[in-house]
Write a protein of this length. Structure first.
Length: 201
């Protein structure tokens, strides 16, 4: 389910206007088949995801370790975040994006940026990185649509680069696969209940 970076960079997302100085860290195809109007449901699923309540033991454990290390090393101290260490990307946003209503992320320390018909973006900053979570809704090549998730980062010096290299195997082998599996389980019951999925009109 991991995609090449070009799956994100080749699409005309509005996020490109704000992140020319960021690098694409990961791009993932989400197991969320749907129709052209199903993107808001994906946004709701992503913004209500709570790793502390995850059904995956590795996800719960790794996030708990991350928060513990954050407290111990001061990685998430207020002075390392948005508005203190780095300005928010909202300072770069045009009026039409600033005016768009956007849901918050309940359980994770992300600040929402904007939501459009096929895009959602939120940002986070700490001692290691300034990061962006970007969700998109893309054609699946078979007449339907699916979600796509990209993570963009601007590392904070040597510490940030070392941190990203350290967590790379955990992201690719444990965290993202487990999260995508959980997203798939949450998505399918609703998808299977839709008229189209049931063979209805």
């Amino acid at each position: 389910m991991r995609l090449p970076n070009t799956a994100h960079t080749s699409r005309p997302w509005r996020i490109h206007e704000l992140t020319s100085d960021f690098q694409v860290l990961d791009v993932w195809a989400l197991p969320t088949p749907g129709g052209p109007d199903d993107f808001p449901r994906l946004v709701d699923l992503l913004t209500t995801f709570d790793p502390a309540r995850s059904t995956s033991l590795p996800v719960r454990f790794l996030f708990a370790v991350r928060w513990m290390l954050g407290d111990l090393l001061g990685l998430d101290a207020p002075e390392t975040g948005l508005g203190d260490r780095v300005p928010s990307l909202r300072d770069r946003m045009p009026t039409d994006l600033l005016d768009a209503a956007v849901p918050v992320i309940d359980a994770l320390p992300f600040t929402p940026l904007y939501q459009l018909d096929d895009e959602y973006a939120a940002e986070i900053a700490n001692r290691t990185v300034h990061g962006v979570l970007h969700a998109g809704w893309v054609p699946d090549g078979h007449g339907g649509y699916r979600g796509q998730l990209a993570v963009l980062v601007k590392p904070n010096g040597l510490l940030g680069r070392l941190y990203l290299e350290f967590i790379r195997p955990f992201r690719h082998v444990l965290v993202y696969p487990a999260m995508l599996d959980e997203i798939s389980r949450e998505w399918q019951p609703q998808a299977s209940a839709s008229p189209a999925a049931a063979g209805g009109p």
